[in-house]
Design a protein around this ligand. Structure first.
Ligand SMILES: [Zn+2]
Length: 170
């Protein structure tokens, strides 16, 4: 893409204008940290959504993935990352305090932790869970198991073990 722009420099000005417009028009939602044309964002202002459910995700891309699934109709909270000792990210670098504040003030009955299955994701989930449970809200996490279309014999031991523990009546 960089080479294309350097060899067709007439496009550079248009790209610069487009990027400036994006910078001017795209806002970060002060409630959930989503990016949108307004603050609060189009999701936070949608009063047809389930006011009792709050889904905690790591980033905007995770929110988009959840929205694509069409399976979740509540509201979101974007953490801005996960706690990571290697990357030097601590709880204070994330929007955990804002999350606790929202749960304290809001009418959420359930907080769903939709974080990755990595060590950092699970560490962050435990940290958040410890902060939210005393507030009297139900805290849940996404199920772990076999992806749709996958074969059992290709599963790693950890995934298969979690899938077995999380089995449901068929
Ligand atoms: Zn929002």
């Amino acid at each position: 893409m960089a080479l294309q722009l350097l060899t067709h420099r007439e496009g550079l000005g248009k790209l610069q204008q487009a990027l400036s417009a994006v910078d001017a028009e795209i806002k970060t939602c002060s409630t959930c940290s989503n990016i949108s044309l307004g603050d609060p964002c189009h999701i936070c202002t949608d009063d047809t959504r389930d006011a009792g459910s709050l889904c905690v995700v790591e980033g905007v891309d995770d929110l988009w993935a959840m929205e694509r699934s069409g399976a979740f109709k509540g509201y979101y909270h974007i953490l801005g990352g996960v706690v990571s000792a290697i990357d030097g990210v601590g709880p204070e670098d994330l929007t955990i305090d804002q999350l606790v504040n929202r749960v304290e003030k809001g009418a959420f009955e359930e907080v769903i932790l939709a974080l990755g299955a990595s060590v950092d994701g699970q560490t962050t989930a435990h940290l958040i869970s410890r902060k939210l449970k005393p507030l009297g809200v139900d805290v849940s996490a996404l199920a772990r198991g076999i992806p749709i279309g996958a074969e059992v014999d290709y599963m790693d031991d950890g995934t298969l073990s979690l899938a077995l523990k999380g089995r449901q009546v068929f």
